[in-house]
Design a protein around this ligand. Structure first.
Ligand code: FMN
Length: 203
């Protein structure tokens, strides 16, 4: 079974979460896991002004995803940072190129799942994931989140991302906070959870 992790990241937080998702998915027997990025749409000039060039270099070796690759996956786990409580435009542009897949019903019955990050604790993680789910449902995908079996989302002894909708991380106003151990554990759990459900469907 093929588990495709497709993400966009400006400063590396979602990239780190994607690695943890992959780690979790790989623990499931027969899971072939691939990590891919969606194309950047911002100019180098804008990325420089955002201070994103160095961070992006650290994951430039991750291959760019072609929309047609989605059709060959059994599950797709999408990662996007929050932009005003919604997915990043880079991800939206990628998804807006999936019209022909939609016409063919190419993603119907595949498992879809979403993880995210935001600068602030209440900056729109849940709305980003739930808004993203709308697209997955239009494609006829089976939406999978992060169940409370991942008990780390109950924690109140430390600031943490993670909700029933999916794994998440809080990056801080200046992007100074990288995913915590608890947030990475949530991502790992989600990867494994998606792969486990997918393996049952594939059988
Ligand atoms: C245009 C723009 C809009 C953003 N909107 C939000 C927002 O609504 N809420 C929030 O908490 N963070 C917001 N952020 C911060 C990003 O979500 C944060 O930089 C990102 O989650 C870090 O992940 P990354 O390193 O993978 O890019 C915004 C950032 C940009 C550039």
């Amino acid at each position: 079974m093929k588990i495709l992790i497709v993400y966009y990241s400006t400063y590396g937080h979602i990239h780190r979460m994607a690695e943890a998702i992959a780690e979790g998915a790989k623990t499931v027997e027969d899971a072939h896991v691939e990590l891919k990025r969606v194309p950047e749409t911002l100019s180098n000039e804008i990325l420089t002004s955002m201070g994103a060039i160095e961070a992006q270099k650290s994951f430039e070796s991750v291959p760019i995803c072609n929309v047609d690759e989605l059709a060959s996956a059994d599950a797709i786990i999408f990662g996007t940072p929050t932009r005003f409580g919604n997915m990043a435009a880079q991800m939206k542009q990628f998804l807006d190129a999936t019209g022909s897949l939609w016409q063919k019903g190419a993603l119907i019955g595949k498992v879809g799942s979403v993880f995210t990050s935001s600068a602030t604790q209440h900056g729109g993680q849940e709305s980003t994931i739930l808004n993203f789910h709308t697209t997955l449902l239009h494609h006829g995908m089976i939406v999978v989140g992060l169940p409370y079996a991942f008990q780390g989302q109950m924690r109140i002894d430390e600031i943490t991302g993670g909700s029933p909708y999916g794994a998440s991380t809080i990056a801080g106003g200046k992007g100074e906070r990288m995913p915590s151990a608890n947030e990475l554990a949530g991502a790992k759990f989600q990867g494994k959870h998606v792969a486990t459900i997918t393996s049952k469907l594939v059988k």
